[in-house]
Design a protein around this ligand. Sequence first.
Ligand SMILES: *Cc1c(COP(=O)(O)O)cnc(C)c1O
Length: 388
Amino acid sequence: MAGRNHLFIPGPTNTPHEILSAMHVPMEDHRAPSFPKLFKPILEDLKKIFKTETGQTFVFPATGTAGWEIALTNTLNLGDKVLIYRFGQFSHLWMSMAQRLGFDVEIDEIEWGKGIPLDAMETRLKEDTAHEIKAVLATYNETATGVTSDIAGVRKAMDAANHPALLYVDGVSAIASIEFRMDDWGVDGAISGSQKGFMLPAGAAILAFSQKALKCTETATFPRCFLDLKDQMAQNKDGYTPYTPSTPMLHGLRKSIDLLLAEGMENVYARHFRLAEGTRRAITAWGLKLCAQPGFESDTVSAIVVPEDKDARDVIATAFSKYNISLGGGLAEVMGKVFRIGHIGDMNDVSMLGAIAGVEMALLDNGIDITAGSGVAAAIEYYRSTAK
Ligand SMILES: *Cc1c(COP(=O)(O)O)cnc(C)c1O
């Protein structure tokens, strides 16, 4: 098929040409005296993206999933109690990892479409007077349902309960795209990956830990080796890594950070809001609904519910085979019920309009009763009226 495949999934996201070019480099000696000149400023500048001055940043040759494991195994002991809210496939997988690793996992099942219930959390933490809960695992942006939780509110609830648990945040589909303030929100472990907001290929877990979390690494007895933060810290202080880094990835990350900071993080957040809002206007014009309930809508991904007698997988298959666009599928409990449009990373008004037009064609082809052009028209009006 002529033309390119258009990637409208919430990760991996589109990689800008500037980043692809920056990654096109010969291999180099990662033990050379010049290597810290590349790596140290990356670790330093990542703090501006995580919005932390007191925390420490890390890059592991891994993915977001490893970030979950790094947070758990470096700071906790076998059998420690952790509290998690399960409301989508990613919070499910993090929960499942904690169980498989042997932690005592307290699960609060939340309806898919909602996020972390702040009042219930505060009540639960107040009940835990013995402070048995050692960490709260919060999925900031649940990519499966397009649900964003209020992490500032989570911190408030923890403080109101005067609870000392560590706050770990899965920000894989949020950090570098929607508002994230590690220090202001008192986040102890912020987990991200290269292939979403950072617009890179998969292959880097990009993380930040608070001094409180790092102190726990000194006493935590959970066995760990490849994912040991202490080994990273010992080498990172001189600008090196404990094992071979992906140097092209680091050159790409350098460019990604430069692009994000040149745009300005507040502008990056505003752009993601606009892209998402135009998409939401289109969804409303089609007469369809988000999986996310009001107040939980994500600015990086919209999960759209199809009418009950339809299968969202057919819409995704048509979109791919007839129109060469990739949409996200429904995962686990929402399989067949939703399809997802990613509006994260290297996107602008016209790329979103392409996604919306392609989705309209695939919806119509599958007998879903929408008016041709209605979503595109709603999005055009919104983008025009808010363009600078
Ligand atoms: C993509 C994603 C992950 C998993 O990251 P991998 O890079 O696939 O390991 C975890 N959490 C969320 C919220 C995600 O969107």
